[in-house]
Ligand binder design. Structure first.
Ligand SMILES: [Zn+2]
Length: 492
């Protein structure tokens, strides 16, 4: 059962619950007026049924489903009105700047550019909606917001961007990247990231940064830069946001240990592995040694970091001892489920962004937990094929350099990237062919992706004649498949 189906099941049960309630509503007055439930009771009853059903259905379906396959989240349902507004239309932006003349002159320009950049992001198709990730992240944000004296107008969204980052705008729009959600280990860490961004918002940092840099074009670029790379505010602003986050976490009852854990994650990454993962696929893989890897990539401390490790450790020591918080306040089960979905989404989005190294790395890492998941075997095949295709065209090195701008700081990422640079065309061809042959033996009649990639690979390397039986295999077993007309057109 896919995610989509599970939600339909929940909707179905909600409809059933409504039907039951509708029928009781018409019958009750005939018995006695005293028994007629109040609308509040009805409301609670209805939602209790739905909540219980969701608690039973969701975990059962999700654990079983991820073992065998995964269906990426697609845009579905009504697009929220917010997406067309750019900046929230009526919201008065709280701006704290000492000089009144600067405030008047620049706040108008600032609002215009904020509106423009947000509109651009929302209409780019990079923001999830009607999805389980956003729903969960908002619940965690609410745990924090209720502890602020004047609950600020913060709207939380999750983006498809793969870098470990989040950003906030002065109108209260807070966007968390799926790449960051996939890296986190518990709810308290997620709460810290959200609290840090709320801190920037509360201190008016987006506008201050604007006033400081005074560059309209920079700010326009910043919207995407900040989400895609590690562009930070000034050190002072980051310290302010971290201090704010630490206090808010303590107030909400979250474990403040999560703060330094998160900072470590952002530097080293969680899902990392010391072994060379590519070597798992084929013995012919060229492995880089530590020296080669370090020469290629600057693995030192990130100077542009959005967070301030040293300062936070000092403050944390002052706080700890007096407080002991929780790692989960909303739900551990929901976190684990959402975190898994985020990891699958990261693989999908990295592939769509043509960062095949990142997509491949996470597919290989996740395969340790879901060895029988066919989405993962398919995605590994697709990534290897794309990498080989670039190599064959002589463009692999430029692609790898381009993707370094994503600032992925995982050792495993550097290892794969380094191996690919060292391998020549025959070596990469052998790696790709080994994997495709293995998978084709098992999945030629069950996976349309494996079947079509194998056909395309054979055509690319050995020509149309040799590829023909592979295209025929696809046409025979995947009538109505995604690549049916492509495969059919190869011979007409
Ligand atoms: Zn920050």
């Amino acid at each position: 059962m896919s995610i989509k189906n599970a939600f339909f099941v929940v909707l179905f049960y909600e409809k059933q619950a409504n039907k039951i309630l509708d029928s009781t509503k018409t019958q009750i007055p005939r018995i006695t007026l005293k028994l007629k439930p109040s609308s509040l009771q009805q409301y609670c009853y209805k939602h209790l049924i739905v909540s219980i059903l969701m608690l039973i259905i969701l975990p059962l379906y999700s654990a079983a489903q991820l073992n065998t396959s995964y269906t990426p989240i697609e845009a579905k349902g009504t697009i929220p009105e917010r997406f067309f507004q750019g900046m929230k239309g009526t919201t008065e932006i709280k701006i704290i700047v000492e000089d009144e003349r600067i405030r008047k002159k620049q706040s108008k320009d600032f609002k215009t550019t904020t509106r423009f950049t947000l509109q651009e992001i929302f209409l780019s198709g990079s923001i999830y909606y009607n999805d389980p990730c956003t729903q969960y992240v908002r619940q965690v944000a609410n745990q924090l917001l209720q502890h602020l004296p004047e609950s600020p107008d913060i709207s939380v969204f999750v983006s498809r961007f793969v870098t470990s980052n989040a950003a906030v705008w002065q109108d209260g729009t807070l966007i968390l990247n799926i790449g960051l959600l996939a890296q986190l280990e518990n709810e308290a860490q997620l709460a810290f990231v959200l609290a840090h961004e709320i801190g920037h918002h509360q201190s008016g940092h987006p506008f201050r940064q604007y006033v400081r840099t005074q560059k309209l074009s920079n700010i326009q670029k910043r919207a995407l830069d900040n989400l895609k790379a590690n562009v930070a505010y000034t050190k002072k602003s980051e310290e302010e946001a971290d201090a704010f986050a630490l206090d808010l976490l303590a107030k909400a009852g979250y474990d403040t240990e999560a703060v330094s854990q998160t900072l470590d994650l952002l530097v080293h990454g969680r899902h990392d592995s010391p072994e060379n993962l590519l070597a798992r696929l084929s013995p012919t893989v060229v492995v880089c040694n530590e020296m080669e890897r370090q020469t290629l990539f600057n693995t030192g401390e990130n100077t542009k970091s959005h967070f301030t490790p040293t300062m936070i450790r000092q403050r944390q020591e002052q706080l700890s001892g007096s407080l002991s918080g929780q790692s989960f306040l909303v739900s551990e089960e929901d976190f684990v489920h959402i975190n898994n979905i985020a990891r699958f989404e990261l693989i999908e989005n990295a592939y769509r962004e043509a960062d095949y190294v990142l997509s491949l790395l996470h597919a290989l890492l996740l395969q340790e937990f879901y060895p029988a998941n066919t989405y993962l075997t398919d995605k590994i095949a697709e990534n290897l094929f794309q990498l080989y295709l670039y190599e064959q065209r002589g463009q692999l090195k430029s692609l790898l350099n381009l993707n370094l701008e994503n600032d992925i700081r995982l050792k495993g990422y550097h290892q794969i990237s380094c191996s690919l640079r060292k391998m020549d065309e025959p070596a990469l061809r052998q790696l790709t062919e080994n994997y495709l042959q293995q998978q084709y033996q098992v999945h030629q009649e069950s996976s349309g992706t494996i079947a079509i990639i194998m056909a395309k690979y054979m055509e690319l390397v050995y020509g149309q004649k040799k590829a023909r039986p592979y295209f025929e295999n696809y046409l025979e077993h995947f009538k109505g498949g995604k690549h049916y007309w492509y495969a059919k057109n190869r011979f007409e």
